[in-house]
Design a protein around this ligand. Structure first.
Ligand SMILES: [Zn+2]
Length: 335
């Protein structure tokens, strides 16, 4: 299986750099809000570290908040998806045109055999045609979308592409994972505050105020007023799991009646311990992501328990609760 890194992973535009720097200043403020020094170091190492890359880096790259708030999910397989990229990356793919992106003109394929490259041709705002090869699409000045009609003429070539070729051309993000740069920054702030307050005893009011000031002072684009009106203000809305409404730091062990027991693990393999636990913290979208509008933002992204997240699958919270109610009725459980 190809485990290629996103192409251009280490290339950042000036905007990309500024946005990641803004996240870093939020991370530094959060770090300062944690009074216990070993908690502070733990926060930094696991959650708050910043990597100046498109994919949050490998190994000792960025922390969990950067991966969750700023980067798209890792994706592989015979498709042009980046294996993690910035969520404000300009080139998206979708089934239908989302409102936030302009249609590209067409796709061409240049080169032979193992050197084939996707070329995306777009018209800029003054009507000029520009050509972007896959390793340059991050330099697009506006957001563009490639639709099924653009891929269609190339299907017979693309279906024979090797994993290597796809890795060399992994340059788009799915429209449903895309958002504006400020949505990523605000999401970073919300997830960071939740962790600092609920796991590391930071003072909510103080930290919230300081983070808001950082957002207010951003100079990346003065036309954008941060925090936006969707930025949540209630502590409980930020630190509680959206499904079970317990604090994210509370575990769900009380709901397990029987000991799980241990299962054999090959001792010579490193295991990602903890990630599969019911109570481990995962990023959740209260309303599922959709292609036509951006849903990865400060009002819709929260940390929650793995069990709760898995129970929702890709449904809205409303749908999930209706389904749970139905299940409870089906089992005649009233108490
Ligand atoms: Zn929960």
């Amino acid at each position: 299986m190809a485990t290629g890194r996103t192409i251009s992973a280490s290339f950042l535009t000036t905007l990309d750099h500024k946005v990641i720097r803004l996240c870093e200043s939020i991370s530094e403020e959060i770090y300062k809000s944690i009074s216990d020094s070993s908690s502070r170091e733990e926060f930094k190492k696991i959650y708050g570290k910043i990597s100046y890359t498109r994919d949050s880096g490998l190994g000792l790259g960025g922390g969990k908040i950067q991966r969750d708030a700023v980067c798209t999910r890792g994706m592989q397989g015979k498709a042009p998806f980046s294996n993690r990229n910035l969520r404000w990356h300009p080139l998206v793919v979708a089934e239908d045109k989302p409102t936030f992106a302009k249609k590209i003109e067409k796709i061409e394929i240049e080169g032979e055999d193992d050197e084939q490259v996707l070329i995306f041709i777009v018209k800029n705002s003054s009507g000029k045609k520009l050509r972007y090869p896959s390793d340059k699409v991050h330099e697009m000045k506006e957001r563009f979308v490639a639709l099924p009609e653009h891929w269609y003429p190339h299907i017979n070539v693309l279906k024979h592409w090797s994993d290597t070729l796809w890795t060399q051309n992994s340059c788009v993000i799915p429209a449903l994972e895309a958002c504006n740069w400020w949505d990523s920054v605000e999401t970073y702030a919300i997830l960071g505050i939740a962790l600092a307050v609920d796991f590391y005893d930071a003072d909510f009011n103080n930290l919230y105020k300081k983070v808001k000031q950082i957002l207010k002072k951003q100079a990346i684009n003065r036309k954008i007023n941060l925090p936006t009106f969707i930025f949540p203000s209630e502590k409980n809305e930020i630190i509680k799991c959206p499904v079970c409404r317990l604090n994210i730091s509370q575990n769900l062990e009380r709901f397990r009646k029987f000991e799980r027991g241990t299962t054999w693990q090959p001792a010579w393999r490193s295991s990602k311990k903890g990630e599969g636990d019911d109570s481990s913290i995962q990023i959740m979208h209260v309303n599922p992501l959709i292609e036509k509008e951006t849903k990865h933002n400060a009002s819709n992204v929260r940390y929650g328990h793995r069990w709760c997240n898995v129970a929702m699958t890709d449904h809205s919270l409303e749908d999930a609760l209706d389904f749970m109610k139905f299940i409870i009725k089906a089992h005649n459980r009233r108490k």
